[in-house]
Design a protein around this ligand. Structure first.
Ligand SMILES: [Zn+2]
Ligand SMILES: [Zn+2]
Length: 378
């Protein structure tokens, strides 16, 4: 079968970029040699999403150590990339068929974090931070392929009559934004002033979600002119350059209170400092953007004295966040699907690539030009 693979080892990590289109062996369910296959499914992806993680791997800027560790552990020379998809079930292991309600032909999306179910985090329901996790397309084979094999406990039933397939393929990253907007019990965005630092794909999703969840005002912070435009089209009231962000500006925009909620989606170290500076007393700061540098919190004691909270968000709650995703996307009256299709996916004009037509230079060019690209697989 055709698939996009990352073919790399310790010696070639630094000197290469990108994925290659290869013909590789089909995955199969063989319960005799691999008992775990009894609880797995074979799936034909229809569409897959390309995300920031894939971009980081493409340029060899992210996930070096886990990728190399698991390639060596598994004794394989390549990893099939991709972790966001919607697809059709074509085969089920014996226990998967008996214990789940899935049937051949069902349409599913998938949680990208494969979890063990028995570590301390899993035992208390924090499957998304499983201590033994693998991530599909990173440390396990992924979905940029004509067929993929996944455990049924990460599948999510999807109705493509209600969520169009192109958007159903990106429920996973949309879920990141939902998770960030509802990060902890008892808080919500109703009536809040929200500042979104970094209006890339997840920041744009967050703007759509914050509006639907009742934010009073949404301020975007973004240096890239194209993303500034997209942020406004998604519903941001105003979009500032990072250099324009200071307590005085945010106070005047928020009627003197400062931000109630800051979503740090850029991973830029200065953004966290800015978020702390511009947020009001008792506010919440949600961290989603990844940074490899050390972060300094200036005037740390005022941060405590003003009762500000910082929350780190990774992945999605499995599967409570997915339920919120389903509700937000299936309810067409909120306009979220339409905005994702028209604004973020630009109606598929140039943002959708056929797997079999993959060319590295074309892919790289599209990754730069579009907020989100999709791979059409079948
Ligand atoms: Zn992703
Ligand atoms: Zn676990």
């Amino acid at each position: 079968m055709k698939s996009l693979v990352l073919s790399v080892d310790r010696n070639t990590w630094e000197s290469t970029t990108g994925y290659t289109l290869e013909s590789v062996a089909d995955p199969e369910l063989n319960e005799k040699t691999n008992p775990a296959d009894a609880e797995a499914a074979l799936i034909e992806p229809i569409y897959a999403g390309v995300c920031g993680t894939d971009k980081g791997i493409w340029y060899r800027k992210a996930f070096r150590d886990p990728i190399l560790k698991f390639l060596e552990k598994d004794g394989v020379g390549y990893r099939i990339a991709g972790h966001e998809m919607v697809g059709r079930i074509t085969a089920l292991g014996s226990k998967a068929e008996a214990r789940s309600s899935y049937k051949i032909g069902d349409i599913v999306s998938a949680e990208s974090h494969l979890y063990c179910g028995i570590c301390n985090a899993c035992l208390v329901g924090n499957f998304h931070v499983c201590e033994n996790e693998r991530i599909i397309g990173v440390t396990a084979d992924g979905v940029f392929a004509e067929r993929t094999k996944l455990p049924v406990n990460v599948l999510w039933p999807t109705d493509i009559e209600k969520i169009c397939p192109e958007i159903a393929a990106i429920q996973e990253p949309f879920g990141n934004a939902v998770h960030a907007c509802i990060p902890f019990d008892g808080s919500d965005l109703r009536g809040c002033s929200v500042v979104v630092f970094g209006c890339g794909t997840i920041g744009l999703f967050s703007i759509l979600i914050a509006q639907e969840l009742g934010a009073r005002q949404i301020i975007g912070v973004e240096p890239n002119p194209k993303n500034q435009k997209l942020a406004k089209a998604c519903g941001a009231d105003i979009v500032l350059e990072p250099s324009e962000v200071n307590p005085k500006t945010i106070q005047s925009l928020t009627g003197g209170t400062g931000a109630d909620y800051c979503l740090e989606m850029s991973g830029h170290p200065i953004s966290l400092q800015n978020a702390i500076k511009v947020s009001g007393n008792g506010s919440h700061i949600v961290l989603f953007g990844l940074s490899t540098s050390d972060l300094v919190v200036p005037n740390f004691q005022s941060f405590i004295l003003q009762g500000k909270s910082i929350h780190a968000v990774i992945g999605r709650k499995i599967f409570t966040t997915w339920k919120r995703v389903k509700k937000l996307l299936e309810d067409k009256s909120n306009g979220i699907q339409e905005k994702i299709w028209k604004v973020i996916l630009e109606e598929g004009k140039g943002s959708i690539v056929n797997l079999k037509d993959f060319r590295a230079d074309d892919w790289e060019d599209r990754m730069q030009r579009y907020a989100k690209i999709l791979v059409k697989i079948s």
